[in-house]
Design a protein around this ligand. Structure first.
Ligand SMILES: [Zn+2]
Length: 400
């Protein structure tokens, strides 16, 4: 998300907060989330759910879906997404999300299907049709759902099957004739094996395609195709180049797509000692920020964070910069592991959330995050942001 857009959203979110209020206002309502994403839709890309086929662990999947449910996400079909992109209708629900599963691994049937069905969620599976029903053997190391299993998921609409070609080739690297066969043959196989099925969507194997591939996909009668490029889908996103976030729990170096944020600004902070209010330096959140002169720590701003989910949260802070700021302003975060103080340089990083670390919190418990003036210049209390990273003990929920 572009920071300008992000700030505009924040400003509107927080505009109604009374600067003098001591109550905690948590801006994590559903409409706020949707506007944070600029009206874009997240498509999640899963593969298999066991260790081998997805780098994933099956016990993680149910808590992830439960998290989406508890936080009011609404799964939508690929048909719905594409119709919305091309015509604007039907309108999207709040917090829309699309679940996709590539490669027809058996765990999509054995693990994902019952979880989604139980929660009333829907998803799309992309199958390379020559591998449907294949057990581990000479041509594959993994077990794949068969047509009977795909039909069962199709019949109740929980996970519908779309095309991932026939043999999973790099489409841009094979002959024209082969490419056409892969694209049309997989569609025909799905329609021949599933009752009353019209296959309308495709996933490019390896995310590999070129302009000619798109033409062939379009000519074959597909309405959309998904890539492996990360990003949000808006009404401007080409329907044959839809963007997806891959879910990979084992790679913590990748940026995290934040599905939940909570914001607390200066107006939410209790205070003791000397604090002044200002809006002289921009940008800030809400109607301004507070500042305290250098001292011995007697001036304390205290935000209270009451998480809605138990688990890991990334805590970030922002401030407005000036040469008179402290370069050692101390934030203290109380968390399940104790109390951690992080000193930051408030002469730099104007108006941008800076990471104060990731901590464990328990749902419903209030935690104090403080900033005091035991520092060598002005300390600035503007806003804090809390991003939910994942449930405790669950390996995964890193999105890239
Ligand atoms: Zn694949």
């Amino acid at each position: 998300m572009k920071s300008v857009q992000f700030l505009a959203v924040l400003a509107s979110l927080l505009a109604s907060i009374n600067a003098g209020a001591q109550t905690i206002v948590v801006d994590d309502d559903d409409s706020a989330f949707t506007s944070q994403l600029g009206g874009g839709v997240v498509i999640l890309m899963y593969h298999g759910l066991d260790d081998d086929t997805g780098g994933f662990y099956e016990p993680s999947f149910q808590p992830q879906m439960q998290y989406l449910k508890d936080n009011n996400f609404n799964t939508i079909t690929m048909n719905h997404l594409v119709s919305w992109i091309t015509t604007g209708a039907p309108p999207l629900p709040t917090k829309p999300i699309v679940l996709t599963f590539d490669d027809d691994y058996i765990t999509v049937y054995t693990t994902a299907y019952p979880v989604l069905k139980n929660l009333g969620f829907v998803g799309t599976g992309y199958a390379h049709t020559n591998f449907v029903g294949l057990p581990p053997g000479p041509s594959t190391s993994y077990d794949h759902a068969d047509w009977t299993e795909l039909q069962e998921m199709e019949t109740d609409g929980t996970i519908v099957t779309e095309s991932h070609t026939m043999t999973h080739p790099h489409l841009s690297q094979i002959s024209d004739a082969q490419e056409t066969t892969e694209i049309t043959g997989s569609k025909a196989a799905i329609e021949a094996n599933l009752l009353n099925k019209v296959c309308r969507h495709l996933a490019y194997p390896f995310g590999d395609y070129d302009a000619d591939t798109i033409t062939k996909v379009q000519d074959a009668g597909y309405l959309s195709a998904v890539t492996t490029q990360a990003g949000l889908n808006t009404r401007s996103t080409p329907v044959y180049e839809l963007l997806r976030y891959g879910v990979n729990p084992n790679d913590s170096s990748n940026p995290v797509l934040t599905l939940s944020s909570t914001f607390l600004n200066a107006a939410n902070a209790g205070q003791s000692g000397v604090w002044n209010f200002s809006s002289a330096n921009t940008p800030f959140v809400g109607s301004g920020y507070r500042y305290a002169p250098a001292g011995t720590g007697a001036s304390v701003a205290t935000w209270t964070f009451t998480p809605t989910q138990s688990g890991s949260w990334q805590v970030s802070a922002r401030w407005t910069t000036s040469s008179n700021r402290a370069d050692n302003s101390p934030y203290t975060i109380n968390h399940n592991g104790g109390s951690t103080t992080v000193r930051v340089n408030q002469k730099i990083n104007n108006g941008v959330y800076q990471n104060l670390g990731t901590y464990q919190f328990t749902s419903g418990t209030p935690y104090a995050i403080t900033l005091n003036n035991d520092a060598n210049g002005l300390v600035i209390a503007d806003a804090l942001k809390f991003d939910f990273i994942g449930p405790s003990g669950v390996k995964g929920w890193m999105l890239y």
